[in-house]
Design a binder for this molecule. Structure first.
Ligand code: ATP
Ligand code: MG
Length: 178
């Protein structure tokens, strides 16, 4: 990922553009400054369907709710821009930008390189590039802690998820029953 553009997502009431370098990128800042919100934004733009897993209850919770001095916004937008010079995303463009918006009215909007599409199209694009399963793994605050103190089964389930084989568990069970 090359760049992350946010507008109206959670605590980001103003337009924020984050350039990412190749390799390791670190986000540092005091408690509550928006570090986890930044990761939520990435997860959301990658097609996360549930607002709950973004530490919010409803879709509205991800839209900037305003502060003492700043008015709330009516829309949240996140744009992820990927370098695609190696064609890994299967599209004939050097850059691929994924846009996701949510409006307070309940409407949503998705686009790939500015062309409107469905959430499903973004999920399919990433799945084809094997992005969902193995290459992108987000371990959130709390999960890391749970993993560190969890027992075998829980840890195994997490590893299955990371390896992208969690969805085959039922198949394996059925095979054993057959
Ligand atoms: P920590 O170091 O404690 O983990 P953090 O940098 O990860 O902190 P976040 O969890 O990203 O912090 O940000 C929390 C802040 O985001 C809170 O102040 C909360 O009020 C604000 N916030 C969350 N959702 C919204 C929203 N919809 N509108 C405005 N502010 C929001
Ligand atoms: Mg945090």
């Amino acid at each position: 990922m090359k760049r992350l553009d946010l507008y109206g997502f959670k605590s980001f009431g103003r337009r924020v553009s984050v350039e990412l370098e190749q390799g390791l990128n670190a986000i540092v800042g005091p408690n509550g400054c928006g570090k986890s919100n930044l990761l939520d934004a990435i997860r959301w733009a990658l097609g996360e369907p549930s607002a709950r897993s973004l530490r919010g209850g409803r879709t509205e919770d991800i839209i900037f709710g305003g502060t003492k001095d700043v008015r709330p916004l009516g829309m949240a937008e996140v744009v992820l821009t990927f370098d695609n010079t190696d064609g890994a995303l299967g599209l004939p463009h050097h850059e691929v930008a994924l846009t996701r918006r949510a409006y307070r009215s309940g409407q949503s909007f998705f686009a790939i390189n500015g062309v409107p599409c469905r959430l499903r199209d973004i999920q399919d694009l990433l799945a084809r590039a094997n992005f969902g399963a193995r290459s992108h793994v987000l371990v959130s605050q709390g999960t890391a802690e749970t993993l560190a103190v969890s027992g075998g089964d829980e840890r195994r389930a997490a590893l299955d998820e990371v390896a992208g084989i969690a969805r085959y568990r039922h198949v394996a069970l059925l095979a054993r029953l057959a």
